[in-house]
Each structure stands twice: as C-alpha cells, then as structure tokens.
Ligand binder design. Structure first.
Ligand code: NAD
Ligand code: IPM
Ligand code: MN
Length: 356
C-alpha cells in the first residue's frame, strides 16, 4: 500500500494541463524523498456535468473524504455559463469545500526573487521581499448564504445574504493568529465594519480572540483601503484574515504583485489533517489547450500539500527551491521577460523535475 492516497480533480479548461505537471513533480519528489503516492481521479465541475449531469457527483465526495489529500486544477468555462446557479461548475467547487469542511483557505502571496522585475509593482515599493499570507474564510459568508429572485416595485430583483456566526469567525481567527505566531506576529483583520453588521461581529470576535495571543500585533483595515494598501505598500502586511468574498478578491489582487495569477498556490484546510490544494486562478478558457498555462501555482500547491497534510516539509522546501532556480532563466508567457527562455506548460513541469 502506498504511503499517501491522493485524489486528483483535474476539472476544466487548463485544469488537466496544470495538474499533470504537478503530478510529475510530486512523483519526482516521492522518489527523492522516499515515499509512495497512489492517485485516483474524480470528476468535478463542467466535466462532471457533461458525464453525470451534476457538477459534484456523490462518488467524488466519497473519494475525497477517503483520501489523504486532494489536488484540484480549476473548474468552469463558457460552455456551462448558462447552467442554473446551483448546477454550475462553480457550485460543485463550493459543494466540495462545504462537504469537506474546508473553512480555512491559506493563500500565500510571495515574490520569488527572480520575478521581482516581472511584478508590475516597482522594486522600490516591494522593498526587500514580499511574503503575505492571506487567510480567507472559505465555507461561510455570502458564498454560502441564502439567495434568490424576487420582485421589487413590479420589477425583477435578486438578493444574496452575508452571514457569519461567532464560532465561524473564532475558528478562522485562531488559524490566522496561530500562523502569525509562526511568522512575524502581525495580523491585519480586513472587513467592512463601517457598513456591514456581519463585519462588526467579525471585528468584535477577532478582538476577543486576540486576548489569547498577546504577542501578536493586531490591526484592522477596511477592505477598500486594504485593496489600495496592497499596491501602495505591500510590505506592511504579514498575515491578513478576512471573509470569503473579500479574501477571494484581495488574493487575486495580491497575486499580481508576485508577477502573475499563475504563481499563487493555496491550501484549503479543515479540522482534520487532509486538505484540498489548488491554484487560486481559474480554468483560463482563453488559453486552455494551447499548452502555455503557467503550472507553477499548482506545483506550489503540491508543496503546500506536502507541508500541511503529508508531513514532508523537506520535500516542500525542495520544490519551492527548484521553482526559484528554474525561474532564473525560464518563463511561461504570463511571466516572460526578455533574456529568459519562453517555455510551455509541459517544459516548465519538466524543468522543475530536473531542478529537483
Ligand atoms: P481565470 O483565473 O481563469 O483567468 C483570468 C486571466 O488569468 C485569464 O486571462 C487567464 O488566461 C489568466 N490565467 C489564469 N491562470 C493562468 C495560468 N495558470 N497561467 C497563465 N495565465 C493564467 O479567471 P476568469 O477568466 O475570471 O474565470 C474563468 C473560469 O474559471 C470561470 O468559469 C470561473 O468561474 C472559473 N474559476 C474557477 C476557479 C477555480 O476552479 N478555483 C477560480 C477562479 C475562476
Ligand atoms: C477561487 C474562485 C472560486 C471562488 C469560484 C470559482 C467559485 O474564484 O477559488 O478563488 O470564488 O472561491
Ligand atoms: Mn477567485
């Protein structure tokens, strides 16, 4: 029997291309660090709708629950944009997050040294380095609130609701404070407490939990200001904790500081040890099938899997070091700079394996 059972949810668009590269890298790491991995595949998203009629078949949930960890590519695409809301590929993604209780989504925005010039933010603004950990609440808020259609003054209208309970905020706050303790002991809680009642409860709760972490320097920021501060002075942030929707938006913004959305990995964690790992980007329908997608966000998600779920921190470090080395001379088009080799998705995967 293999040491680890991993379920692959390749998904749609560029999903299969990038997951295939990440699997190659995980296989290489397993040889080098002497562990064995057994893979199984399951359907999620548009490919699942095509095969079974629904974006999240029961079989997929069962397989993921039985696995040591799950690696996801991305879901969605124009083909399924006319599905009813609860049967879209994206509903399948929310469904698996909910079914596995993945309430904590860690999205590290780091800048790899060779990519400093690929970032649209000037070197002097980035300063020495960039290392922000965005902690996004993932199974609550407006994503999971009630929504519907109605009529207002005889005109069609629609509504969505944002709700957070105290225990939901407490557990994500503890994840964020624990991470801050292992890092630079700075936490920024991002909300819209000047308008939203759920944000006021969020802030009160984070303040109360902060008493358990006297060493952590806590500050609060409104989300609009945070969006601006990320570009003005990203170096001021260590850990950011925020709601589902604000974390979604701010992490896409932060990814660009690191050069490309194709660079940003993520870990979705529950109370149990197994987790789901995925790049933060989507299925990129505009480049799907062209072989030019950047697989590094997915490869770096494998590094997070090795660190958070599989207890192989050395293998995780080695993958991150290999990525840094490869980036010195090799780039997919999204991070291309003159003087470097322009490589395909597959070549990038091979180069990381060689560097390992
Ligand atoms: P997207 O992230 O798919 O693409 C945005 C832009 O970034 C595109 O120009 C794309 O080519 C580029 N890009 C994304 N990943 C890249 C990579 N690895 N390498 C190079 N370039 C990359 O976002 P979108 O266009 O808003 O959404 C497309 C579809 O993906 C939608 O159906 C959306 O719902 C879905 N989506 C899924 C996930 C997920 O599965 N986790 C995340 C975001 C969006
Ligand atoms: C992400 C995506 C998803 C989200 C969508 C596809 C449901 O944008 O993982 O960031 O909003 O969580
Ligand atoms: Mn997103």
């Amino acid at each position: 029997m293999a040491d680890y059972k991993i379920v692959l949810l390749k998904g749609d668009g560029i999903g299969p291309e990038i997951v295939n590269q990440a699997v190659k890298v995980l296989d290489k790491a397993s040889e080098k660090f002497n562990f064995t991995v057994e893979y199984d595949e399951a359907l999620l998203g548009g490919c699942a709708i095509d095969a079974t009629g629904v974006p999240l078949p029961d079989e997929t949930v069962a397989k993921c629950k039985a696995a040591d960890s799950v690696l996801l590519g991305a879901v969605g695409g124009p083909k399924w944009d006319n599905q009813p809301g609860n049967n879209r590929p994206e509903a399948g993604l929310l469904g698996i997050r909910g079914a596995l209780g993945l309430f904590a989504n860690l999205r590290p925005a780091v800048i790899f040294e060779p990519l400093k010039k690929a970032s649209p933010i000037k070197d002097e603004i980035i300063g020495g380095s960039l290392d922000i950990m965005i902690v996004r609440e993932l199974t609550g808020g407006i994503y999971f609130g009630k929504r519907g259609r109605t009529e207002v003054d005889g005109q069609p209208a629609a509504w969505d609701t944002e709700q957070y309970s105290v225990p939901e905020v407490e557990r994500i706050a503890r994840v964020a404070f624990d991470l801050a303790m292992k890092r630079n002991k700075k936490l920024t809680s991002v909300d819209k407490a000047n308008v939203l009642e759920s944000s006021r409860l969020w802030r009160e709760t984070v303040t109360r939990i902060s008493k358990e972490y006297p060493e952590v320097e806590l500050n609060y920021m409104y989300v609009d200001n945070c969006a601006m501060q990320l570009v003005r002075n990203p170096g001021q942030f260590d850990v950011i904790v925020t709601s589902n929707i604000f974390g979604d938006i701010l992490s896409d913004e932060a990814s660009m500081i690191s050069g490309s959305i194709g660079m940003l990995a993520s870990a979705s964690l529950s109370e149990s040890k197994s987790g789901l790992y995925e790049p933060i980007h989507g299925s990129a329908p505009d480049i799907a099938g062209l072989g030019i997608a950047n697989p590094l966000a997915t490869i770096l998600s494998v590094a997070m899997m090795l660190r958070y779920s599989l207890d192989q921190p050395q293998a995780a470090d080695a993958i991150e070091a290999a990525v840094t080395k490869v980036l010195e001379n090799n780039r997919t088009p999204d991070i291309y700079e003159e003087g470097t080799n322009k490589v395909t998705c597959e070549q990038m995967g091979d180069l990381v394996c060689e560097a390992l």
